[in-house]
Design a protein around this ligand. Structure first.
Ligand code: GTP
Ligand code: MG
Length: 195
């Protein structure tokens, strides 16, 4: 799939703020700072479309982007960021869950994991939850430029084991720096939104 146009559509905190579900959409979830916004920018070839930051917790709303005038990409706030008050964290959790559970136009989710880290309890919960609700899911291992091939093959084993991945669960190593994994991921997203 070739991305020819991308634009910010709207931000929302609750279903009342979501755009109409006319278009199919794909969403990106994962811990704060895992690289969700950077990945979206890389996919669409625009540095500043989704706001990125070294400070975790940058994305605090659900952001919708229109791609090729035919589908939406959805940047969700990151979970698991310790340095925000519990009250705000639980609000984010509800925001993410409310979206994933009720959005009929959602065709699939990319669950992002930092390739260097062992998945957290929340990563595991999110994965189980996506399976439970039968949302088509791909695991994306971000910041793959930080590991050698050797390190990655070891670390892939850790991730598979820790998440108890279902047989055939796809993992795509990805780098927003080098573009590794971009074509593979776009191909999959294309199959979801054009099914
Ligand atoms: P929140 O909005 O806080 O949930 O974070 P996020 O998941 O959107 O992360 P973001 O894209 O803002 O990236 C966080 C940091 O990781 C930034 O400093 C990025 O430059 C860096 N980063 C993201 N992707 C990559 C990557 O593929 N390689 C490297 N080396 N750094 C990356
Ligand atoms: Mg972000």
């Amino acid at each position: 799939m070739k991305i020819v146009s991308s634009e910010f559509l709207t931000s929302a905190v609750n279903p009342g703020g979501y755009p109409p579900g006319h278009f199919p959409e794909v969403a990106f979830v994962g811990r704060s700072n895992v690289g969700k916004s950077s990945l979206i920018n890389k996919l669409v070839n625009r540095r500043g479309l989704a706001r990125t930051s070294k400070t975790p917790g940058r994305t605090q709303l659900i952001n919708f982007f229109t791609i090729n005038d035919s589908f939406l990409m959805v940047d969700l706030p990151g979970y698991g960021f310790a340095r925000v008050p519990e009250e705000v964290r639980s609000k984010w959790g509800k925001m993410i869950e409310g979206y994933l559970k009720n959005r009929e136009s959602l065709k699939g989710v990319a669950l992002l994991l930092d390739c260097r880290h062992t998945p957290t309890a929340q990563d595991k919960q999110m994965y189980q939850w996506l399976i439970h609700y039968q949302v088509p899911t791909v695991i994306v291992a971000t910041k793959i430029d930080k590991l050698s091939n050797n390190q990655w093959s070891k670390q892939q084993g850790v991730i598979k084991k820790s998440l108890s991945l279902t047989p055939g669960q796809q993992i795509i190593p990805f780098s927003a720096e080098t573009g590794r994994g971009k074509d593979e991921l776009l191909l999959l997203l294309d199959s979801w939104v054009n099914e």
